[in-house]
Design a binder for this molecule. Sequence first.
Ligand SMILES: [Fe+2]
Length: 480
Amino acid sequence: MTILQQYLEANRQVEKEYAGIELEVTEGEVPASLYGTFFRNGPGRLEHQGVLYRHLFDGDGMISAFAFENGRIRYRNRYVRTREFTEEEEAGRMLYRSFGTNIPGGFRRNFMKMRFKNAANTNIIYHGGKLLALWEGGWPHEIDPVTLETVQRYDYNGVLRNEGAVGRIIQPELPFAAHPRLHPDTGVLHNFGTAPGARQELLLYQVAPDGQARISRRIPMDKLYFTHDYVLTAEGQHIFFLIPVAFELWKALLGLQPPVETLQQQPDQPIRILVIDEEDITEYETEYCFIFHFANGYRRADGAFIVDAFTMPDFPLSFNLHKGLAGETVGGAAGALTRFTLEPGKKLARRESLSPYPAEFPAYNPRLTGKPYRYAWGIGDHPENGRALLHGIVKFGLEQRQTLLKDYYPRLTGEPVFVPRPGAEGEDEGWLLFLTFDPEESETDLRILNAPDLEEVAVARLPHNVPLVFHGSWVGEVFG
Ligand SMILES: [Fe+2]
């Protein structure tokens, strides 16, 4: 099986929606103290009405929920019924453009079509009493945590409506990024959105624990950058890495190309790093690289900022499915865990490698968001294996610069989510929950690892394959 075949097989179309079936535990025992729900989101299908999406980011969002109670696991899955999903189902054909896919039929059918499909496929969070499926280009979708039915497109009581004279035409729905950060002490959810308009802006949002949202800052930008994730410190600074990757918006708007294909990289330019404080913005810079995800970051006692990110040499082409099908290699989307130190008075960030292991999809103890921390986890592999895809789970000891690997080859691994052990003091005391896909058996398993030593605790078999890509979260509640 070629790498591309494995990859497509691991992300093949989910046909069936299950409603609360008990999973068979095939190995080990599920700890009785593991109580709560593991939610995941990702593209449940990469083709629609016979048309293959050209990009991995376009697949329709499907939520899966694993409820843990008394050592048992109940499973449920359901597609997000976005407005566009429902209309296309009824029409029996593709009606909307996506981030990486135009409507079949060329320029004429895509010209000035500015309403893109909200894929609702990137992350899922529970905050302010609402379960929300997130997609960084538009509004969240509220999901019923018991049935996983789509309740409504959610604009935080109008906060996400674009009222700008130009903006309301170009993009009436303000985007709410897929990587919010929850402040561990205040319970306030912080997030951002990058909005086009007469004046392009970076918006900062704050959502109080009761769900009341507001735009806390509007920062004018010289252009729109590709910003997927950011870092929040415990003191409230927001740290953004503005990577010199920009979209040629006019080409996308005219329908000549889907947005992702208008993406221009400028590797000869540095990354602008913004540290946004209550009062002012301090700017730093570092040499070009590409970053999707940050692990964590914090302010050191001496006033310097530490930011840990997975860096890649470039924007990965491996997510362009049509390129893979045309014979180009799929893979190379792994990052290198890199520490950036931003020191007062020095414009250039100090940069050092934290591990030689290729990895991505970071996890850490959420109690330490924005604070000094010692451990991170992710999907990863041994640097000497030279494999195109990642087949393991890694634990990074950030102080000793040690990396521990649990190798699942030939299985592929999905993002691990860290669940603290109830009452535990130690930072790494808890479990990792994640999915693996076995390309030889074509089976998907839910796995529980002991987070400190990566020893396996239990394995449960899924009744069908659930795509591994994208994000999930743990909620310490069982619904229904
Ligand atoms: Fe992400």
